[in-house]
Design a protein around this ligand. Structure first.
Ligand SMILES: *Cc1c(COP(=O)(O)O)cnc(C)c1O
Length: 397
């Protein structure tokens, strides 16, 4: 296959459209979908040489696939990461990151505000293998430092966090990890590489649910792990090869093509989200609005420093607790009720009764998940139509 033009010093919009493309002799303009599980060899000698690693080339799609490779190369270019590996889902990426590198006796420090399944892996699954953890208030750098032990091998965080959009200072936590010889892994699903590139801030590993903004249209599951070459060689590559959380070439192709519009879409999500956050802040029945790029966000300065936009999610609280939140949900005529996010369609979630239902009331309180809290994943509809829908539904609260 012919490699497309060299990335050089391309800017992120160009990288999103062009990076990683490999053309077949047909010279197709749009990237090819290689829907194949296996590959043929001209001779047994060639098969032997490929298995020995003496020559390049694909062997089996659990190990690698040309469409998946293009998606990985484009993700690496956008994140400013040396290498990337795609997985079937975001959770496969998170789990592989832990399981490829950790062993019995290791300790993990993580921010307590995180996606529910990530918390489950850390709190319920890792302990079965003798891997312990400490959960800390992510915004408090002193708490990270205090939780470090000689056994701490990995730090894990998500910023902005789900659902209350609290931020963690990536540079600050990366410096703590570095001092203690531990690895910092950042879940970058909420921001996407269009708005935040943790590896440029010192993170060693970035994980994504590409199901969210990278797909951006609510179609296909996927995940990505981005890391340095030594982490890939020492831990990740052999783990992925043999445990098989591989992404389907079809899903990788969808996400590869979606990266071409990621920057444009994220800009539009951010513009819409800020307009809606400002609109909600002016409504009498709304008691609180949380959006990282509004000056009243408690970590506004940090948001401006480490993000290129506030993202597509707005959290807000309505009067009347759960009953008020449900009345708002029942009054919507345009916005859908869904626990998903990062879609072109605006989606509203009531975290207390859905995504955060399994937590204890105390754990919910610690995360700021109150009865009246709603999370809105702002889509790409006209902001005026979204404000009108929220405005009319708020009358019922
Ligand atoms: C959705 C999500 C995940 C899990 O991704 P899946 O693709 O659903 O497996 C992990 N972290 C964050 C922050 C998410 O939003």
């Amino acid at each position: 296959m012919a490699t497309n033009k060299k990335p050089g010093k391309w800017r992120k919009r160009t990288l999103g459209v062009r990076a990683g493309q490999e053309r077949t002799p047909f010279q197709e303009t749009s990237e090819a979908l290689f829907m194949t599980s296996g590959y043929a060899y001209e001779t047994p000698e060639e098969a032997e040489a490929r298995f020995k690693g003496e020559i390049g080339g694909y062997q089996y799609s659990r190990f690698g696939n040309p469409t998946v490779s293009m998606f990985e190369a484009r993700m690496a270019a956008l994140e400013g990461a040396p290498v990337a590996r795609a997985t079937a889902t975001g959770m496969a990426a998170v789990a592989a990151t832990f399981f490829c590198a950790l062993r019995t006796g290791d300790h993990v420090v993580a921010a307590q505000a995180m996606f529910g399944s990530c918390l489950h892996v850390i709190q319920q699954i890792l302990p079965r293998f003798g891997i312990t953890h400490s959960l800390v208030e992510g915004a408090d750098l002193g708490a990270w430092e205090a939780a470090m032990t000689p056994q701490t091998r990995m730090l894990f965080l998500e910023t902005p966090s789900n659902p209350v959009l609290s931020l963690v200072d990536i540079k600050g936590v990366a410096a703590i990890a570095e001092r203690h010889g531990a690895l910092l892994a950042v879940d970058n699903a909420f921001a996407s590489p269009a708005l935040q590139r943790p590896m440029e801030l010192g993170a060693h590993i970035v994980v994504h649910s590409s199901t969210k903004y990278i797909d951006g249209q609510g179609r296909a599951l996927g995940g990505v792990i981005l890391c340095r070459q030594d982490f890939l060689d020492k831990y990740l590559q052999v783990y992925l090869r043999n445990t098989g959380p591989s992404i389907s070439p079809f899903n990788a192709w969808l996400h590869l093509k979606s990266l071409e519009t990621l920057d444009l879409r994220m800009q539009a999500h951010c513009d819409n989200a800020l307009k809606i956050a400002d609109f909600l802040a002016g409504q009498t029945k709304v008691t609180k609005v949380i959006y990282p790029f509004r000056p009243d966000h408690p970590q506004y300065d940090l948001a401006r420093a480490q993000m290129d936009g506030g993202g597509g999610v707005v959290a807000f609280e309505v009067e009347g607790g759960k009953a008020g939140a449900f009345r708002l949900g029942n009054g919507l005529k345009l916005i859908d009720i869904s626990n998903n996010l990062g879609d072109t369609k605006s989606l509203l979630t009531h975290p207390e009764t859905t995504t955060h239902q399994k937590l204890t009331p105390a754990a919910r309180a610690a995360l700021g998940v109150t009865s009246g809290l709603l999370r809105l994943s702002v889509g790409l509809e006209d902001a005026q139509d979204l404000c009108e829908d929220l405005g009319q539904a708020l009358k019922a609260v």
